[in-house]
Design a protein around this ligand. Structure first.
Ligand code: SAM
Length: 351
């Protein structure tokens, strides 16, 4: 008769505790996607009114509704303990939030956070670039859809292209490497802008990335208006230079290409024609303290109450994070008949 102790894995206290630790130490959804990438919107206010992003007449949230820098940092501390190591600040226009560099300073000091980035329209960048760099910001994305002042006005309903260009120059002087320029590609506009933008970025050492136009703004989205990634790449190859696929990080949304002559890179974020949901590792915190597991999520979880007040309820925040990520849908469904547009437009979610 065998004297060996029978295996009783499920009841073994060490194993149970190991499983418990595993559950609590990473953010995984029900499809096994691990989430380490957090986008934090710091305001819904914006100094542009991009047609594809937000309505012209908009009521912004009262400032008292927005999370304070301390509250955002407390949230990020909990998220970092659950494996989040990348944070990107966005909005609205994040540079409209006073003293943003102070938030950057708080976040780069959080244990476990390896990388803090910023997405901005660049209008106020010239005044802030150096302070942001000194605070520890390294990754910078500047949104710029056109170099033509009239098309800039048509798309953003405002003037200011020269401020964006000055902001990019200031960011370069401050030492940001790389600087990415993001352009939304809308049919009827992009055909005119792809080549000048590609040349401008190549000449200045900026990494250019085109984002396919998505149904997340206040305007009427039509599939026919999406200028597809392959069309963008064809245009660039025809007039600027041959491209070769670059090493691709499977969790990164952009497909990157380098010019075959070595002069820079171009990326395409093909959210419509080649959705990357299967490798999505992102979650979002809105400026008013709502946790969203997808840009196109129809549900959100309020975490503001757990952050506001004398004591942060870290357990409740961790629980909300785990539940939200676990409940993530398989994909955004833009290409399916069941697609439902979220109630919030991009500016109030955080792009
Ligand atoms: N104000 C900042 C900026 O302009 O970069 C940050 C917020 S903005 C909402 C973030 C990004 O979302 C921008 O690059 C913008 O072009 C992009 N975006 C907004 N609406 C979009 C849409 N309908 N489709 C694709 N990208 C969109």
């Amino acid at each position: 008769m065998s004297t060996r102790t029978p295996l009783r894995l499920a009841e073994d206290a060490d194993v149970q505790s190991a499983i418990g630790n595993l559950r609590s130490s990473i953010l995984t959804d029900s499809f096994g996607r691990v989430h380490n990438n957090l986008r934090v919107s710091v305001t819904d206010r914006c100094n542009l009114r991009c047609t594809y992003c937000m309505p012209e007449d908009v009521t912004f949230r009262d400032r008292s509704e927005l999370l304070t820098f301390e509250e955002i940092a407390s949230f990020v501390r909990v998220a970092a303990r659950l494996g989040v190591d990348k944070v990107r600040l966005t909005g609205g226009e994040p540079l409209m939030r006073k003293d943003l560099h102070k938030l950057v300073r708080l976040l780069v000091a959080v244990d476990g956070i390896k990388d803090v980035g910023l997405t901005t329209n660049g209008i106020l960048l010239a005044d802030h670039a150096e302070r942001l760099y000194d605070a520890g910001l390294r990754r910078l994305n500047v949104s710029l859809d056109t170099l033509d002042p009239q098309r800039f006005r048509a798309l953003t309903r405002r003037d200011g292209i020269e401020k964006v260009v000055a902001g990019l120059a200031a960011a370069k002087r401050a030492g940001f490497i790389p600087i990415k320029v993001n352009a939304v590609a809308i049919r009827g506009f992009a055909e005119h802008d792809v080549i000048p933008l590609a040349r401008y970025c190549r000449d200045n050492g900026f990494e250019l990335r085109f984002i396919e136009y998505m149904p997340i703004g206040a305007d009427l989205w039509e599939r026919e208006k999406v200028f597809f990634a392959h069309e963008i790449l064809e245009l660039i190859e025809s007039a600027v230079g041959a491209l070769a696929p670059a090493n691709h990080d499977p969790s990164a949304p952009a497909l990157d290409y380098t010019y075959s002559d070595g002069g820079g890179t171009v990326g395409v974020i093909a959210s419509v024609s080649r959705p990357f949901c299967r490798s999505c590792n992102r979650l979002r915190l809105t400026a008013d303290g709502k946790l969203r597991n997808c840009l196109f999520a129809l549900d959100e979880t309020d975490v503001k109450d757990f952050l506001r007040g004398p004591n942060t309820n870290e357990g409740a925040i961790a629980d909300a994070l785990r539940r939200s990520v676990w409940a993530k849908r398989e994909g955004h469904e833009i290409n399916s008949a069941t697609f439902t547009k979220p109630n919030r437009t991009m500016h109030s979610i955080g792009g």
